[in-house]
Write a protein that binds this ligand. Sequence first.
Ligand SMILES: Cc1ncc(COP(=O)(O)O)c(C=O)c1O
Length: 305
Amino acid sequence: MKSLSKIWMDGKLVDWDEAKVHILTHALHYGYAVFEGIRCFPTTEGPAVFRLKEHIERFLNSAKIYRMDLRFSAKELTQACLELVRKNGVKSCYIRPIAYTGYGEMGLNPLKNKIAVAIASWEWGPYLGQKALDGGVRATISSWVRIDSRALPIQAKCAANYANSALAKMEALAAGYDEAIMLNSHGMVAEGPGENIFRVKDDILSTPPASSGILRGITRDTVIQVAQDLKIKFYRNDSTKEELYTSDELFFSGTAVGIAKIREVDGRKVGYNGFPITDKIRKLYDSIVHGKAKRYSKWLTPVSR
Ligand SMILES: Cc1ncc(COP(=O)(O)O)c(C=O)c1O
């Protein structure tokens, strides 16, 4: 990773190389951290952060679920993200706010530790690579079941959830695929390790409902709104893996990945007739995040403000 100039830590901008924590930081041992993944895109009017308000809201809700007192308001965190991007002086970047139990007491009661808050940013291309994005990715159904919300609150973007994601990701890579698709404990399609999933069949777009045990993605919400504006028929429904195999189109959505076509699931080709609906959505999504679709400019916060 190429270093940038600063990282925001508990209200102060510190030098990249100085942004360190103690080895006995509580969260490092017990996974008690919540975080966000946000993107800043280049637009004709300078860098702008996409759906910052919604990301900060989700961050605060994740913290609330885990009884973390962040001591910073939504307004302060929003300003901190913008100030950091300004200071680092890049046109586009990924922004990672994180709140975690700091150094203090070890043991399973996290409430004994002060919550530390940090925001880092770095330059990051599409998560699955531009080539994969253009040509589509090969996915496999994971043998790892997506975490059940009766075990861990899936709407909270907690570091601990990502151990489950990492197992699925490693399994997919080891089997020669680009990405995993995880089923929930009822055997229905949930999501990717760090992405939501959409399916097109007979010109109807669908995605698993929040009750299927998924993170309610902000890109997912964007796709849903955009599809409605494009007059694409849409519904939220559960699907089985067989329904994935027989889809006309499939794609992943997420801040890190963008909108990525899935061209194959477990050796079954998807997109025999191309990806016309995915392409339409992706084209509009790209113009929205780059500030070229004025109707959606409310979703972009200029960094320079
Ligand atoms: C498990 C999981 N699902 C879905 C998503 C997509 O969410 P978003 O579109 O808000 O980035 C993410 C990324 O944050 C994720 O980690």
